[in-house]
Each structure stands twice: as C-alpha cells, then as structure tokens.
Write a protein that binds this ligand. Structure first.
Ligand code: NAI
Length: 338
C-alpha cells in the first residue's frame, strides 16, 4: 500500500526523462518505428539506460531509422527490420511499444481511425502472441480505448493473454495535465502532477484535479477550461499541424517516459505508480472492464491497480459521462476480434 503522498511523488513528472536504479536491462521493440511518433520514440529509447537492445520495425523505413539511431553513443544495440521481418523483430523482446497506424487529420475523432488501425493492431498482436507471448505490450495506436481491447482479445484467442502485460499508453494526457495546470498555477509541472483516469479520448479523459493541492485551487470558469483543455489538448496539435498529423514529439516523450516506468518495474524497482489503461476490475460491474487509473508496475507488469480515491462532485459528473462512451469503445474493439 502507498500513501497518497508516495503515489504523488512517483507519478510526478520529473525533469529527467529516465530514471534507473537497477542494472538489469531489456530488449525493446518499436512497431511503427518509421512514423512520426516511432522515429523520435526510437531515439529517446536509445538514450534509456534500461534498454539493452532496440528492435525497430515498420512496413516502411525502419532499417533507415535504425541505421541513423544506432550512431547515438549509448551502449544499446539497434536493429531495423523491413515489412517481411516482423517475427525476427520480435524475437527475444520483453517490451513492445506499438505506435503503428494512421493519425488524425483536422475534424477527425480518434474513433474515426478505427477502421484502419484496428486490423493493424490485431495483426501485430497476433504476431506477438506467436513469437513473444510473454512480452509487455504498450499500445499507443488510436483509438486506445478500442485498440487495447483488440490486443487483449487477440492474445486471448491465441491462449496467451495476461492482463498484467497489456497497457494502453495514456501518459500524454498525464503529461498535458501537469503542464497545463503548472501554467495556471505558475508552478513547475513537476510540482503539479495530476492523476488522469478513464480512457484516452475526449470525454473519457477524466483528470482528478481535486486530488492535488494546485488543482484543487482551480475553480469556476478556469476549472471548466482546464478540464476541456486536458480532454481535447490533442486537437490543438491536430489543428496546428493542419493536416500533417497529430502529436508526435510530445507523444514520443510520453511513450518513452511510460516505457521507462514499465522497465523500472520489470527490473524490480518498488513503488513505480502511474496511470495506464489496463484490464481493470474497478468498473467491470458497469460493463467497463478496461480502465485507466493509477497502477503499480512490477516484475510481471501490472502489480496492483489502485482505487480512484475521492472525487469531487464535478469529477463524479465527468466519470458518469466517461463510462458509457468508454463502454461503447471497448465493446467495439471486442466485437472486431470476435
Ligand atoms: P504516422 O503515420 O506518422 O506513423 C505511423 C507508422 O505506422 C508509419 O510509419 C506506418 O508505415 C506504420 N505502419 C502502418 N501499418 C503498419 C504495420 N502493419 N506494421 C508496422 N508499422 C505500420 O503516425 P503517428 O503520428 O506516428 O501516429 C501513430 C499512431 O499513434 C496513430 O494511431 C495516432 O492516432 C496515435 N497516437 C496516440 C497517442 C496517444 O496518446 N496514445 C497520441 C498521438 C498519436
């Protein structure tokens, strides 16, 4: 069990992207390494001291990205794999990060990506089930609320689903929340961490501002604006990029940060707690069996799912709006695999 202050400290954004207190290291694969997220994510993972070896796979361009990233003067080894080398890319891998798929254009919701990304993610998960069935899978591809259930159902079909090892990466919401609250509070984002629960799209993103001292101080119109900005922050980037895609650099940062937390847990570090979208009992009685909340990461992936804690009246309202939409997104993912 962790006291609230301990959780805050560990989930807090830090000025250092990576932290490592252990010597054990790991082979990590990026599927979709040639893309807008995949390239900077691969670069950041090359700098993570907990990564021994990086396998970069994409249907386009991964060998080039690998050759480029491999010149960075850190100890890890880097290999690139072409479209027909997925199985080789996955051999011996312990952690698999998936940013493969199409991103949004202006006017699109994350759910609009379903038709394209659902089959990409399903096929990649089927390969993981075959070649690296005990690896941790970190899903970035949108819509995360549906792609995570797709990965889980695909592994389940293959008889290798372990709920402790499948994660939806919601870290960008956590990163944005800390950054935006920091801006309002006039404080460093490392001093304004926010737990974000629910899912990863619009109204399913539920920031628990009442659980932080800086967040509690924001009310009225400012509160409503802040919540809206955390929920729809991705739209700011999509609009500004004007047809050239969605968040890639901040997402790569968030993806590398989350990967490092998973690696720290796998390496035996205690007390690594962060929000992530996992198979969860918290709202299973309401038909929502995947949910993001603070999760303790450990030697086997998910060690413990923390309760959501006390919510303000406004947050209760946000949660009520989140659950039915999240339920629909999850069911859509499951139905796709069934
Ligand atoms: P991108 O189009 O720049 O890159 C996607 C890459 O995936 C491309 O290189 C493409 O060749 C590759 N790809 C396509 N099919 C593949 C397959 N079957 N196997 C391997 N690679 C494949 O897109 P970007 O901007 O990197 O975004 C990727 C995904 O991440 C999108 O679905 C986007 O919506 C999502 N995303 C998720 C966020 C989150 O917070 N979880 C935040 C931002 C984006």
């Amino acid at each position: 069990m962790f006291s609230r202050s301990a959780i805050r400290t560990l989930a807090a954004p830090s000025s250092r992207l990576f932290s490592s207190s252990s010597a054990r290291q790991t082979k990590v694969a990026v599927l979709g390494a040639g893309g807008g997220i995949g390239q900077p994510l691969s670069l950041l993972l090359k700098s993570d001291p907990l990564v021994t070896s990086l396998s970069l796979y994409d249907i386009r361009g991964a060998p080039g990205v690998a050759a480029d990233v491999s010149h960075v003067d850190t100890a890890s080894e880097v290999n690139g794999y072409a479209a027909d080398q997925l199985d080789e890319a996955l051999e011996g891998v312990k952690v698999i990060v998936i940013p493969a798929g199409v991103p949004r254009k202006p006017g699109m919701t994350r759910d609009d990506l379903f038709n394209t990304n659902a089959s990409i993610v399903r096929d990649l998960a089927a390969a993981v089930a075959r070649v690296a069935p005990t690896a941790c899978i970190l899903v970035i591809s949108n819509p995360v609320n549906s792609t995570v259930p797709i990965v889980a159902a695909t592994l389940e079909k293959a008889g290798v689903f372990d709920p402790a090892r499948v994660f939806g990466v919601t870290t960008l919401d956590v990163v944005r929340a800390a950054r935006f609250l920091g801006g309002i509070a006039g404080a460093k984002p490392s001093d304004t961490p926010v737990t974000v629960i629910g899912g990863h799209s619009g109204a399913t993103i539920v920031p628990l501002l009442s659980q932080s001292s800086h967040g509690k101080a924001v009310d009225g119109e400012a509160y409503l604006k802040l919540v809206n900005r955390i929920q729809y922050g991705g739209d700011e980037v999509v609009k500004a990029k004007d047809g050239a895609g969605s968040a890639t650099l901040s997402m790569a940062y968030a993806g590398a940060k989350f990967t490092n937390l998973v690696l720290r847990g796998l390496n035996g570090e205690k007390g690594v707690v962060t929000p992530t979208f996992v198979k969860s009992p918290l709202f299973a009685d309401k038909g929502v069996d995947f949910f993001s909340s603070n999760v303790e990461l450990g030697l086997n992936g998910v060690e413990k799912i923390h309760p959501i804690g006390e919510l303000s009246e406004a947050e209760q309202g946000l949660l009520e709006a989140c659950l039915p939409e999240l339920k629909k997104n999850i069911e859509k993912g499951k139905a796709f695999v069934a």
